[in-house]
Design a binder for this molecule. Sequence first.
Ligand code: GUN
Ligand code: ZN
Length: 481
Amino acid sequence: MGIYFEVIHKDIAGRVGKLKVGDKTIKTPALLPVVNPHLQIIPPSEMKKMGVEGIITNAYIFSKSEEYCDQALERGLHDVLDFDGLIMTDSGSFQMSVYGSVDITNEETISFQRDIGSDIWVPLDIPTHPDTDREEVIAQMQITMDRMREAKEIFGPDAPLSGPVQGAVFEDLRESAGRAVSEMEFAYCPVGAVVPLMESYRYRELVDVIIAAKKGLNPGACVHLFGAGHPSMFALAVALGCDVFDSAAYALYAKEGRYITPSGTLKLEEMSELPCACPVCRSHTADELRKSPDKQKLLAYHNLAVTMAEISRVRAAVQEGTLWELVDERCRAHPRLLDGYRRLLDRAAELEHLDRATKRRFFYRGSESCDRTEVKKYHEMIPRVKLAEVSLIDAGGPIPSRFAEVIGFKPPFGPVPYELAETFPVGPCEIPSWDEVMVAYGIKGLAALLATNPDTKVTISTTEKWAPQFRTAFPDCEVIV
Ligand code: GUN
Ligand code: ZN
């Protein structure tokens, strides 16, 4: 058995890959809808037709269910749920975090998950709340680690066990937890106890937590973000290197009459139109949906359909190399998501080494685009270019014939030697009319190039509008207009 993860495409720290467990293979990024055997508002067999390749259910609920426990032990989970795709089971940890304790041991829950035929098992980790004090976090992490070690010892190195990464909001603890989990050779690693962060829109901290956990984890590990299910945050989480999500949101929101869109949630009560291409929205008006006796079920279908569609969109963006654009678009849906996005940009230098070398395009979408990994990478590369003794920087002004060497200028990158003009990122970069922030970044790139060519006599040719910004930045250069 064992769990295998293969990365096929990369973008930022995100990946498109294949997760293999036994004879099951699913595409990642993947969403595993949460299935509660007692409240199956969409049967798993129907989910399969909607593109769902894997689901997650709770082993604790099965073990306590008079109706389902024996059935699952006798017939197996796949038969009971009528789903032949990948089924992951969670332990009783979530119940433990809500009710304080559970009446099962680590070994008991894992044995039960094995015996009902689950494809991916979760040990009894402790989901430490983000606001727990450090001493307590360390104590709880120790217990989680001991249980993971015990799980590996009892069930062997090939058991399809996941290794949750805890550590609340302490970055050093998340990193060391990630490292410990990878040292124990867990290939499937959920980042745990982040639900309270997402529920209170603490996306900035969420970004730090994921970066920290990823730093400790083996880059080949498949990373699951526990409890993340709103499609507005998939692009951001994937950009940080998360590969799998699970969600009860499609069902919970439907119960509350809430309509999920990739950029937020609407109240069905207040909607005049259903702006979506799914079969439910195309065959009902908003009013018909509100009055339907199947409202909750139909809304759950819609919610799951848009969630799955967003997962597809994210996978396509990674494959094409347009994930930054998608993150930018999605994170403008809520100011706190924008905080998360800006935090990702602040820390882009740490992700730069993971990013791919070439992409299909670079669309400038505002000043945030200046902090993208590609701009940083370009600014690090450009000082390696050797300039001639005399050089003209063509920043939009006249080109006198006396210059043998003319270097282009494209903000936010900066100087563009002729040989690089058609290559990524400057070649396929589309920018609107220049703005001050992008020119300032371009100037940074030019300053980096001039610093390594101190003997070159540089003339900058630009327009009246931008000349003052160049003159201030380069007092020793001639600036012509
Ligand atoms: N579901 C949401 N968060 C968690 C977590 O931290 N651990 C487990 N086992 N399940 C979860
Ligand atoms: Zn719809």
